[in-house]
Write a protein that binds this ligand. Structure first.
Ligand SMILES: [Zn+2]
Length: 287
């Protein structure tokens, strides 16, 4: 069931959630809701409100069963499309830099292949054939697809219409169920979406009995710095495009509920323009 303001955990489904007030960052609020920060002044003539800056309010929620930390708003497909419309093109970057001057530094990095991908490949390789058949779900151009240069085929399923790297082939849902894949990957996607369990469920037709599924999310600093803490909601005072902060337990619960078996878990330090810190990779297969 899709709740547009979450009442249940997005990973384990529990309704035992801690809640704390936060703000939605102005760039996201503008793209999703059309809100701009506003000054409430005396001219507004509001007898019972104080003057000052108003931002878009939201809540931080943390599941008290599995530890997942997330924004209460669950954006609709249309709102997410508005948020990511022409992601990282010139207009997008200019609009974002207006609110976040530091985004300039990110822009310089995202068109390069991230160095840590080689380490992910080294971790996965012993479990796979020499040149695996790979499906990258949400892989954009394929620039960061694992085994980009050593596959028997590389399929990419992505909503953007961008041009793909050499050797990659775009596939739609109907093609996915007919192909054998050794490896299905979905990296740096689940932290952006409103209904991550639903997204993983859509990948299941691509899995055969031998197929491995590798799911990678940022292991956010707040989560890392407070291992096993269930008191993170009051520490999370703003939300940006990562609307879900996962920990290992929340990933496990979400995936086990979908009938998947955990094969292994990877924690890898990374330092690239668009993510700095650590990634959490979870390798699963059909149970
Ligand atoms: Zn939970």
């Amino acid at each position: 069931m899709r709740e547009l303001i979450a009442q249940h955990c997005i990973c384990c489904g529990s309704d035992h959630l801690a809640k704390s007030a936060a703000v939605l960052m102005p760039f996201v609020a503008l793209r999703v809701f059309g809100h701009e920060p506003v000054q409430i002044t005396a001219e507004w003539g509001l007898r019972d409100l104080r003057e000052g800056t108003a931002y878009t309010l939201c809540n931080s929620l943390q599941c008290q069963e599995c530890g997942a930390l997330f924004l209460d708003y669950r954006f609709t497909d249309g709102q997410l499309a508005a948020l990511y419309h022409n992601y990282r093109d010139v207009h997008y970057n200019a609009q974002r830099i207006r609110f976040e001057p530091g985004y300039v530094n990110v822009v310089e990095h995202y068109h390069q292949r991230a160095a840590y991908i080689a380490e992910v490949e080294a971790w996965l390789a012993p479990r796979l054939p020499q040149a695996p058949a790979v499906l990258d779900w949400g892989g954009d151009t394929g620039i960061n697809s694992v085994f980009r240069d050593s596959n028997s085929l590389l399929h990419i399923h992505d909503i953007s219409g961008v041009e793909l790297v050499a050797g990659a082939e775009r596939v739609d849902l109907s093609q996915i169920g007919q192909q054998h894949y050794d490896l299905v990957t979905c990296s740096q996607v689940l932290e952006h979406v409103s209904f991550p369990a639903e997204l993983v469920e859509r990948m299941l037709p691509a899995l055969g009995p031998q197929t491995l599924l590798y799911l990678e999310v940022p292991h956010e600093a707040l989560v890392r710095e407070h291992p096993d803490s269930l008191a993170l909601a009051p520490l999370k005072r703003h939300w940006h495009e990562h609307v879900n902060f996962f920990c290992e337990v929340s990933m496990r619960r979400m995936l086990e509920r979908l009938g998947l078996e955990i094969v292994d878990v990877l924690r890898l330090p990374v330092d690239v323009g668009w993510t700095r810190g650590e990634v959490l990779g979870v390798l699963v297969r059909l149970a």
